[in-house]
Design a protein around this ligand. Structure first.
Ligand code: ACO
Length: 401
């Protein structure tokens, strides 16, 4: 962020600079791509600029370009119903010993009865707002990171309405177990480039609805939950998001997916015109299918690389990290990444044993427990990394408060 000059502009668009390279002009804002960040160089509106002629109703949000952002609060929620490894051993041929040795998981929570993904997301969001002492109507954007919405078209808008965030808009972000990282990066971009003040990022998933409970290779891994953080604008020099790195690779899709029948072996329908596959059938998603060994290899190879890239952007080394907070998928993955980065076990945050893999919820859920448990304190540097289906993976180096 060195050399960056922040300022207020009256740009009608968002002021975000996505999609361009090197040096671009966006209305009155010149942005330059440095170290994978869009740093504003000049934000003064030249006289006679086209924006001076634009007449639109006053915006509630100022267009401030170049703001920093910080994590100021968190919250989480999990379903009531708990299933231990011994409980699972009554359903599939497995044992507490096999599961805990291979994964580190001992129990997980599963949605039942009237509970819903939306309900968990709202409960987690409320707790984050309460911790932040920010009113719902001060929220500008709610990002619901989930692969398992209540509705095909997304659940984010229902969540922001239920939270009473009447000045916010919302959308769903889907990137499996990397979803929360994607939401965080997106939140900081809306603050940095769009002048947003408060963005609520909620990771929530209920993969229990998508596992085959007769498949011991997958059903032992997953649980349901939600976690939320409030990302708030701050002065550029106080930016608490120090480095990011994010990737996807569709070639690895075959190793982890829950796909629709589209393009599959379903019955071919011919209509009177002889065209096939019309009218379309309603697609049904398969259960989660996973090549555990390949996913394991991918995670232990790509996650340390990603964290190292984020550290480089932050101009830090692993010795500066106070807490390593990885997506809670498997204890052996977490240990392997910590070893590779030379981070001692006492700096690793993990609650995997109690909740299993809660996908997009796992990072904010573990963060919330660590904050409320007094482990993570103001000023601590956290290296977080998500990885999973897509394949997708990414990391962030961020300061707590
Ligand atoms: N209980 C007992 N035995 C089992 C179980 C079980 N639950 N599951 C598999 N086995 C058996 C297998 O049948 C196999 O038996 P065999 O040798 O007689 O054929 C043996 O145990 C070894 O099976 P593997 O699948 O090779 O076991 P592995 O050591 O690879 O461990 C595991 C499996 C735990 C799934 C591991 O591969 C893993 O954790 N991979 C990463 C998974 C992961 O992190 N996924 C993230 C998903 S994130 C997202 O985006 C959804």
């Amino acid at each position: 962020m060195a050399n960056a000059t922040a300022g207020v502009v009256s740009l009608h668009g968002t002021g975000m600079c996505a999609g361009a390279r090197d040096m671009v002009r966006l209305g009155t804002v010149r942005c330059c791509y440095r170290a994978r960040r869009w740093d504003p160089v000049t934000c003064a509106a030249p006289s006679g600029s086209v924006t001076e002629d634009v007449v639109s109703k006053p915006r509630r949000l100022p267009r401030v370009v170049g703001m920093g952002s910080k994590l100021i609060a968190c919250g989480s929620a999990v379903p009531k119903f708990e299933i231990s490894n011994d409980d699972l051993a009554k359903i599939v041929e497995t044992s507490d010993e096999w599961i805990s040795v291979r994964t580190g998981i001992r129990k997980r929570r599963v949605l039942t009865g009237e509970e819903s993904l939306k309900g968990l997301a709202v409960a987690a969001g409320k707790k984050a707002l309460a911790m932040a002492q920010v009113e719902p109507d001060e929220i500008d954007l709610v990002i619901l990171c989930t692969s398992t919405p209540n509705d095909l078209f997304g659940t984010g808008a229902q969540v922001h309405t239920a939270l009473g965030c009447k000045n916010a808009w919302a959308f769903d972000a889907t990137a499996a177990c990397s979803g929360f990282l994607v939401g965080l990066v997106t939140a900081t971009r809306f603050i940095k480039g769009g002048g947003y003040q408060n963005v609520l990022v909620i990771g929530a998933d209920c993969l229990s609805r998508h596992v085959d409970w007769t498949d011991r290779g997958t059903c032992i891994l997953f649980g349901d939950g939600a976690g939320a953080v409030l990302v708030q604008a701050t002065a550029a020099e106080d930016d608490g998001f120090l480095g990011f790195d994010i990737h996807s690779d569709g070639q690895g899709y075959r190793h982890l997916n829950a796909k629709t029948s589209e393009g599959g072996t379903e019955e071919v329908i011919s209509n009177t015109n002889g065209s096939t596959n019309f009218p379309p059938k309603k697609p049904a998603f398969s259960f989660i299918q996973m090549n555990g060994k390949e996913v394991f290899r991918f995670a232990v190879r790509c996650v340390p690389q990603s964290i190292e890239a984020s550290l480089e952007e932050a101009a830090l080394t692993s010795s500066n990290i106070d807490w390593l907070l990885l997506h809670q998928a498997n204890r052996r993955i977490i240990d392997a990444v910590a070893t590779r980065l030379q981070i001692p076990a006492e700096k690793v945050i993990s609650n995997l044993a109690n909740y299993g893999n809660t996908s997009a919820a796992s990072i904010p859920l573990a963060l919330d427990e660590a904050v409320r448990g007094g482990k993570v304190k103001g000023g601590d540097i956290i290296a977080a990394s998500g990885f999973g289906a897509g394949l997708t993976w990414g990391s962030a180096i961020m300061r707590w408060q």
